[in-house]
Design a protein around this ligand. Structure first.
Ligand code: FPP
Length: 252
């Protein structure tokens, strides 16, 4: 069972623990190469790290954890590697869903479902449906996700409403567009972590990241653990968030 959070989340309050942490789990391939192992082994160990981090996030008082598990651009990888990543997602849902559910984790999925194999869609739906009433931690899986595609999709839905005469173009502001993204009820990430030392967002949550604090850590994702998450959160707590205005301390 997942223990109760050390610091219960209080939405909207000034907290030193971020309400929403999003992670770009990078470096699986390099982790494997450094050990003379196949890339698939790096991804497999990446899933172990994910299990650790889901538990740690909850223990530390995080309420939303978004993970970048397959990007719209990952289709350019060799078919065998794409097969490995899809296989891992299948196994993760089949093996871990019951535990996630009994631990009170709600699974959400963002990204494009169209074009995915039917059994993958069915597993993603099953995970969302089974866990929809859970409230301990929201695990948001970005799968076949790309931020530009997400924003373009929102623009398309709004344009359709305008074309059908249901909406005045002048009514569209940033809040309106935000409501047409994949998961409008989920608060923007307070903290975005990227592992492996790369310093980019790579088409991840670009709209939602407008005022996120970015923390880049030099270790590869399979080595990421609770201590690494705590240290990223400590770095976050030292930042001064201003949201374009004057000083607002993250820590309390
Ligand atoms: C980046 O490492 C990682 C990915 C492209 C996929 C992340 C996926 C997992 C951790 C496992 C699958 C997820 C679930 C939910 C089952 P990379 O391959 O780009 O590493 P490199 O930059 O060192 O080559």
């Amino acid at each position: 069972m997942m223990p109760n959070a050390a610091a219960p989340a209080t939405e909207g309050s000034d907290r030193s623990v971020p309400l929403h942490v999003a992670i770009i789990m990078d470096g699986n391939g390099r982790w494997a190469a450094a050990r003379g192992l196949p890339r698939a082994e790096g991804h497999r160990r990446g899933v172990d790290a994910l299990r650790r981090v889901v538990r740690a996030a909850h223990e530390l008082g995080v309420l939303y954890l978004t993970i970048f598990s397959f990007s719209s651009e990952n289709w350019s990888r060799p078919a065998t590697e794409i097969g490995d990543l899809f296989g891992l997602l299948r196994r993760f849902i089949r093996n871990d869903l019951a535990t996630l559910h009994s631990d009170g984790v709600r699974v959400r999925v963002i990204g494009e479902r169209e074009g995915l194999e039917p059994d993958i869609c069915a597993l993603l739906n099953e995970a969302e449906e089974l866990t929809k009433a859970n409230t301990k931690l929201n695990l948001v899986v970005a799968f076949n996700y790309g931020s530009r595609q997400e924003i373009a999709g929102a623009a398309q839905r709004l344009a359709r409403e305008v074309a059908e005469g249901k909406r005045d173009p002048a009514s569209i502001d940033a809040d309106t567009l935000g409501r047409y993204l994949d998961a409008p009820d989920i608060p923007d990430p307070d903290l975005i972590i990227r592992t492996s030392g790369e310093l980019r967002l790579s088409n991840f949550l670009m709209w939602q990241a407008a005022y996120s604090e970015l923390v880049f850590v030099p270790i590869h994702w399979p080595d990421f653990d609770k201590a690494a998450l705590e240290s990223a959160i400590a770095e976050y707590a030292r930042r001064e968030r201003r949201f374009g205005g004057l000083a607002v301390k993250t820590g309390s």
